[in-house]
Design a protein. Structure first.
Lengths: 562, 287
């Protein structure tokens, strides 16, 4: 087989960086492989992708030793322009990667740069648009696209030239679960039908491991593991729990093996051990909390699904936020919000979910008072703090200490960073700093409601857990949380109630265990494995259910032995 | 300030014609000192933008340009020694020396300010009605890098506007007193630099660095192409003829003197009215 990417003993450091971003890396990627790059933030995944595209070292500078060959071209001798003939790249923050005025021109640009004929350009644009489901956007101006649309357009521009090697850095970070799954499916198809080699960096591994041939885990700029997905999960359980998928953790917690790469394999393993009876295939909305005998509901419902922690707990208190018949109807455009009624109690933690364009961000902006609804009323019991998607937009000073009061920095765990420049912080730290800014100090009224818009975009699992703990502490002081997110795992971690928006109106509103355990897309991996049984959303709750099932029902093997 | 597709006859015209019209409109602002002609260029830019449904971007440009023009108008009388009619004696100034403000210098300052305003409005009109992607295609055969730099500079305007709006929203979410304007300007500048680096990286990975000469694509001329091209050529001829014939002459020094005769008014009227004629034919154009 031909090697598309061959990296040998490569060490690279960004200019003025104290430590190398890539440290003695050796890896070879064969033609037609779909390789997932795993690792925590700052582990070197993005740098490796930028190396393969030639941006490192040609655009970023720095020092490099060792060799990196992409489709026969040494990246030290060939710049990104030449490597673009064989690679297609999509990096984080796709908004910065769209350079033309319309979607059609954006897709045509790489082909025009290659000097393709007009007919070849037209065909390439059409096919890429159809493959990515953006044919209806072709004549739209790029500045009028939503975040999810921009991501698809940027991906189409990366794929339009049918590159040998596709380099993708968190391509699903701005996509809803439906679009994210579709995208991974599309990548698999490109990989299988066109033989395209794909190198994909992703934090939400549960989304892409089933499509992967191989997983490379990075830590501190080095390759910590290079194995097939199943072996990687076995390795991660002991060496890097933060990289373990919820499904793998669920089975590991109950001592079952092998580590499942996807939902299907996890269910198969559970079924083989008698922990998932065949008739557990409940329809999504079947009774889950009541412990029906045909499912693995012998154990009490998981804590997160208990009504005591859901909306009922907050039912008798005056709401922190109340929306009554809120409509947002921009002139000349269809309504974005359609008669939204929503009430949130003090201290309640609400996750707002829905497809791209469902109206989540608009709802948050109106709740925070950045815009006024066309019709309807929004009542707030106090100040509403809003953390927008991009924390950089909040950072305007030269020192962290100037950005937020001392007590707010302490609350988010940034006291030690007071003298640093805000733009020198990592992504997760910037997010916490922006949170400290909107929370304010003792001299301002504590927020009655804290709204967060996609706070985990590009965050690794460990940082998400840290953020969930921080938000939990805030809600314990009585601040209601309203978190717009595409990430069901984070929603399960942080929310006790989930509101599902579709086309500008809530279509589901209930305890997190009810909403997140009952769907196909807006559901955690644990819930999908267990088909919503017991309302278990996380591996620990799921493991408790499975253990209870195993205790009450002997496995087929045990039955045979008896 | 990004052009919309085919929402007006001017949007529907090819980029070459749009560029030509904007350039021809800017030419009188460079050749003539007459306030009437300069004012006519400003009015014409606004009238064209309004007919094309793009008056708002020009209003925004005007808001940005007015203080700039005012500074030029006020600075000129302080730094120039020309003119015979002294209207104020400001005494000795540390750097400027003796400052006597003359009426002529003040008038010429206003002419310079008006010229800056006219040129900025012509540029804003170009940004609003000409598709930068088409401009890129147009000029890439001649000088790819220059064309790309120019079109991207145009495209960065809406991108930075959007960034600015996002940042303004974020600052509104801050409790307590807002940050100083200096801090905001610094942050916006830093953000713009970050953006520029990101865009440069995106261009590189799309193959910009090794762009090949694209094949020539022949597109038949539409009625809108022909109409606006004819108007642009007529305006160009009229402007050059008027300049050569010393029509609309204006001198600020040593004493203010200008032509306000029929020729000057005809030129100003033509500058305003001629470009509007092609907008009467809206066939093949829809919002």
């Amino acid at each position: 087989m031909t090697q598309v990417l061959a990296v040998d003993r490569l060490t690279y450091a960004y200019p003025d960086a104290p430590a190398p971003a890539l440290d003695d890396v050796t890896l070879h990627v064969e033609e037609g492989e779909l390789v997932v790059l795993a690792g925590r933030s700052g582990s070197g995944k993005s740098t490796l992708l930028r190396l393969a595209s030639g941006l490192v070292p040609h655009v970023h500078g720095g020092t490099v030793s060792g060799t990196a060959i992409v489709a026969g071209m040494d990246v030290r001798d060939h710049g990104p322009g030449e490597l673009a003939a064989v690679t297609g790249s999509l990096f984080q923050d796709p908004e910065t990667q769209v350079v033309m005025g319309t979607v059609r021109n954006e897709l045509a640009f790489p082909l025009e740069n290659r000097g393709e004929s007009p007919a070849a350009i037209a065909r390439g644009v059409e096919e890429a648009a159809l493959a990515l489901g953006i044919a209806h956007l072709l004549e739209r101006p790029t500045h009028a696209l939503s975040g999810g649309e921009v991501q698809r357009v940027a991906l189409a521009a990366a794929l339009v030239g049918r590159p040998q090697l596709v380099l993708l850095d968190e391509p699903t970070s701005q996509l809803d679960p439906v679009a994210g799954d579709e995208l991974i499916g599309l990548l698999r198809r490109l990989n299988e039908e066109w033989g395209t080699t794909i190198l994909l960096a992703e934090h939400r591994l549960e989304r892409c491991l089933t499509a992967a041939d191989r997983v490379i885990a990075m830590a501190d700029g080095r390759i910590a593991c290079d194995a097939d997905p199943q072996s990687f999960l076995t390795w991660a359980h002991d060496a890097a729990p933060a990289l373990e998928t919820p499904g793998a953790r669920l089975l590991a917690n109950v001592g079952l093996s092998p580590a499942p790469v996807g939902v299907k394999q996890a269910r198969s393993t559970l079924r083989a051990h008698g922990a998932l009876p065949p008739n557990a295939l409940l329809p999504p909305n079947a009774d889950r909390a009541g412990g029906a005998g045909e499912t693995i509901l012998a154990a009490p419902p998981a804590k997160s699904s208990s009504p005591a922690t859901g909306p009922a707990r907050h039912g008798n208190r005056a709401p922190a936020l109340k929306l009554r018949g809120v409509w947002v109807e921009p002139k000349g455009h269809p309504p974005i919000l359609r008669g939204v009624d929503l009430s949130i109690a003090p201290g309640q933690r609400v996750a707002l979910m829905g497809r791209n364009g469902a109206g989540k961000s608009t709802l948050l902006r109106h709740v925070a008072g950045l815009a006024s609804p066309t019709r309807g009323k929004i009542e707030r019991s106090g100040r509403v703090a809003l953390l927008l998607q991009n924390p950089n937009d909040y950072l305007v000073h030269e020192r962290v200490a100037e950005e937020a009061p001392t007590e707010a920095l302490a609350a988010v765990g940034l006291s030690d960073f007071a003298d640093r420049h805000p733009r020198d912080l990592s992504g997760g730290e910037r997010q916490r700093l922006a949170l400290a800014i909107v929370l304010g100090g003792e001299d301002v009224e504590p927020p009655a409601v804290l709204c967060l818009d996609e706070p985990t975009r590009g965050m690794d699992r460990a940082h998400k857990a840290d953020l969930a703990v921080l938000l939990g502490r805030l809600s314990a002081t009585g601040t209601a949380l309203l978190v717009a997110t595409h990430d069901p795992e984070f929603a399960a971690l942080v929310a006790d109630r989930v509101v599902l928006l579709a086309d500008g109106a809530p279509i589901a509103d209930g305890a997190a265990a009810d909403v997140l355990a009952g769907g196909w897309y807006f559901a955690t991996e644990t819930a999908r494995i267990l088909r919503g049984a017991g309302g278990a959303l996380d591996p620990d709750a799921g493991a408790a259910l499975v253990r209870a099932r195993l205790a009450s029902h002997p496995t087929p093997a045990e039955v045979q032995r008896q | 300030m990004a052009p919309r597709c085919s929402v007006s006859p001017l949007h529907a015209a090819r980029a070459a014609v749009g560029c030509l019209l904007c350039a021809v409109l800017a030419l009188p602002a460079l050749l003539f000192d007459s306030p009437l002609v300069l004012g006519a260029v400003c009015v014409s830019a606004f009238a064209i933008a309004t007919a094309a449904g793009e008056s708002r971007p020009l209003l925004r440009a005007l808001l940005f340009a007015l203080p700039f023009a005012l500074v030029i108008a006020l600075l000129n009388p302080l730094v120039t020694r020309n003119g015979l009619t002294v209207i104020a004696r400001l005494g000795e100034a540390p750097v400027l020396g003796r400052v006597d403000v003359t009426l002529e210098a003040l008038v010429y300052g206003c002419v310079l300010g008006l010229r800056a305003l006219a040129l900025i409005l012509c540029c804003a009109l170009y940004a609003a009605v000409v598709d930068p992607d088409e401009v890129l295609r147009l000029f890439r055969r001649v000088s790819f890098r220059s064309a790309l730099t120019a079109t991207l500079a145009t495209r960065m305007v809406p991108v930075l506007q959007r960034d600015g709006r996002r940042m303004a929203d974020a600052q509104r979410c801050r409790p307590g007193p807002p940050p100083s304007r200096v801090a905001l300007v610094r942050a916006v500048a830093a953000g713009a630099l970050d953006r520029a680096v990101d865009v440069a990286a995106a261009l590189e990975v799309r193959g910009y660095g090794t762009a090949r000469r694209p094949p020539r694509v022949r597109v038949p001329w539409s009625r809108h192409d022909a109409a606006f091209a004819a108007v642009a050529l007529a305006l160009l001829t009229l402007t050059l003829a008027a300049w050569l014939a010393d029509v609309a002459a204006f001198d600020a020094y040593p004493l203010v003197h200008g032509d306000w005769d029929t020729g000057t008014w005809t030129l100003a009227g033509a500058l305003v009215l001629l470009p509007l004629v092609p907008f009467l034919d809206r066939r093949g154009v829809g919002r």
